[in-house]
Design a protein around this ligand. Structure first.
Ligand code: PLP
Length: 430
C-alpha cells in the first residue's frame, strides 16, 4: 500500500517507508492511498473467524506487499496473544475491555504490531533506528514493553514529570536495555513538541534514523481498528444499532474505528468522549477548530490540547463538516463528573472502571438519552489499577493488583531529567 502525506507536499511512499519515517518530510501524517471495503462474505462469516484471522484480513491491504502474508500472519498472532472481552452492563451499555495486554492499556496492540513490523524491516539492516516517542501516560509503557529487545531499535521515551501515574511511570522507567526514559519538566504537549522538533532537525536526522511510535505512525495507528470488529463480533447477534464511545486524547483510537467503518463494519456512529481537553467537542458545536494548552485531569492519557489524528478524521469524511457530524458526536466531562461516574458504575453494576473508561461511560449515557434504542459500547482503555489512587479513593475498596502490575511495582525507576530541546538533542547525539 502506498501512503500520501496529508500536507500534500511530500512524495508518496510505501508502508515500509511510512513506518520507518513516522511523519512525512513535509510534517504531514501519512494516509493510505485507497481503502477497499471487505466483501460482504467477510462480515457474514465473522462468527467463524478467530481474532487473528480477522486482524489478518483487515490489515492486509494496508501492509502488503511490503510485509508478506506468511510474516503478517505471525505478526498478528503474536500481537494478539490476549483477550478482548465485551462485558455487558445492561441492555443499553457494554464495555470493551482493552486492558488484558502486558501493560494493561489498549496501546499494547499498536505498540506490539509496530515493533514487529519494524523488527522485520530492520532484520538485515546494520543501521540502528531510534524510536522517539512522547507519552501522556500509557504509550510509554506499551512502547517500552513492545520494543524491548527488538534488534537494531533504540527507544527514547519522553514523559511529563509528575503528570503520569506511579504505575505508568514504573512501566516506562524500569526496563533498561534498549529503552531510555527522559523525564521532561513540562506538560505532554511540551514532550510532543520536542519530538516534532527533533524530526525536523536536519542536524539530527542526517546522523540518525528517527521514527515515532505515537499514533501518527501508521503501524501504531491502524491495528487499533481490530478492536471495533472484535466487539462487533461479540455483540452483533444481540444488537443491531451498535455505537462506540471512545475516550479520546490524540484521536488515534477512534480514527482507527472509523477506518474499520470504511472497511464495511456496520456501525452508524461514534462518540468521542473527552475530559476537559475538549477541542473536538467545541469544534462540533462552533465549527471553529481552536486547540488550547492541555490541562491536567484524572484521565491523564487524554490530556491532549491538539489531537494529532484529527486531521485523519477530517480526511476520512473528506473535510465535510456535515458528513463528520453525521458520524461523530463529542461530549466532554470534568473530573468531578468522572469520579461520580466511577462510583455509579461500581454501585449500579458492580464493575470497576478506570477514569478513561468512566469518561466513555458518561458519553454513552448522554447519547442514549436521545437514542434509547442504541447499544453503546464504551472502551475500557486501561485497567483500573493503573489509576489506583483515584479508583480506590472513589469506590472505597482496595483493589487486587494484577500480575502485570505487581511485576513492575518493586522495580527501581531510572530516568534522566531534561528541560529543553537542546538537552534532548545532545542526549540523542551522544
Ligand atoms: C492513549 C489513551 C487514550 C486516548 O487514546 P487516543 O488514541 O490518543 O485518542 C485513552 N485512554 C487511555 C487509557 C489511553 O492510554
Amino acid at each position: 500500500m502506498n501512503y500520501y502525506s496529508l500536507n500534500h507536499k511530500a512524495a508518496n511512499t510505501n508502508f515500509k517507508d511510512a513506518v520507518i519515517k513516522g511523519l512525512a518530510p513535509d510534517k504531514g501524517l501519512y494516509f493510505p492511498e485507497s481503502i477497499t471495503p471487505l466483501p460482504k462474505s467477510f462480515w457474514n462469516n465473522i462468527d467463524n473467524l478467530s481474532n487473528s484471522e480477522i486482524a489478518f484480513e483487515t490489515i492486509k491491504q494496508f501492509v502488503s506487499p511490503e510485509i508478506p502474508d506468511s510474516i503478517l500472519k505471525t505478526i498478528v498472532e503474536e500481537t494478539l496473544s490476549f483477550d478482548f472481552p465485551v462485558v455487558k452492563l445492561n441492555h443499553n451499555i457494554s464495555t470493551l475491555e482493552l486492558f488484558h495486554g502486558p501493560t494493561m492499556a489498549f496501546k499494547d496492540v499498536g505498540a506490539r504490531f509496530m515493533a514487529r513490523c519494524l523488527g522485520y524491516f530492520n532484520k538485515d539492516n546494520t543501521n540502528e533506528v531510534t524510536v522517539l516517542v512522547a507519552t501522556s501516560g500509557d504509550t510509554g509503557g506499551a512502547v517500552a514493553n513492545g520494543f524491548l529487545d527488538v534488534k537494531g531499535v533504540n527507544v527514547v521515551i519522553l514523559y511529563p514529570s509528575g503528570k503520569v501515574s506511579d504505575i505508568q511511570e514504573k512501566q516506562l522507567t524500569t526496563l533498561g536495555k534498549n529503552i531510555t526514559a527522559l523525564e521532561v519538566n513540562g506538560t505532554f504537549d511540551d514532550c510532543q513538541a520536542m519530538v516534532k522538533t527533533a524530526f525536523l532537525d536536519d542536524a539530527l536526522t542526517s546522523k540518525m534514523q528517527l521514527t515515532s511510535a505515537n499514533s501518527i505512525n501508521v503501524a501504531r495507528w491502524l491495528p487499533q481498528l481490530f478492536y471495533f470488529i472484535f466487539a462487533y463480533k461479540q455483540l452483533h447477534k444481540q444488537f443491531n444499532d451498535i455505537v462506540f464511545s471512545v475516550p479520546s486524547g490524540n484521536f488515534g483510537n477512534i480514527c482507527a474505528g472509523m477506518m474499520a467503518q470504511q472497511l464495511g463494519l456496520p456501525i452508524n456512529h461514534f462518540i468521542a468522549s473527552n475530559n476537559d481537553n475538549n477541542v473536538v467537542t467545541r469544534y462540533l458545536i462552533s465549527q471553529l477548530y481552536e486547540p488550547k494548552k492541555s490541562v491536567q485531569t484524572i484521565s491523564n492519557a487524554m490530556d491532549v490540547g491538539a489531537p494529532s489524528n484529527f486531521i485523519r478524521i477530517e480526511e476520512i469524511y473528506k473535510n465535510n463538516f456535515e458528513n463528520l457530524k453525521n458520524n461523530l458526536t463529542s461530549y466532554s466531562f470534568n473530573d468531578a463528573e468522572t469520579r461520580d461516574a466511577l462510583f455509579e458504575i461500581y454501585n449500579d453494576f458492580k464493575y470497576v472502571a478506570d477514569p478513561h473508561g468512566a469518561v466513555g461511560y458518561l458519553g454513552c449515557k448522554v447519547y442514549l438519552k436521545d437514542h434509547p434504542e442504541a447499544h453503546c459500547v464504551f472502551l475500557e482503555t486501561a485497567h483500573p489499577t493503573k489509576f489506583l489512587d483515584v479508583v480506590e479513593d472513589v469506590i472505597k475498596e482496595k483493589q487486587p493488583l494484577p500480575t502485570q502490575i505487581q511485576a513492575v511495582m518493586g522495580k527501581e525507576k531510572v530516568s534522566m531529567l531534561i528541560e529543553t530541546y537542546d538537552e534532548l538533542k545532545s542526549f540523542l547525539l551522544s
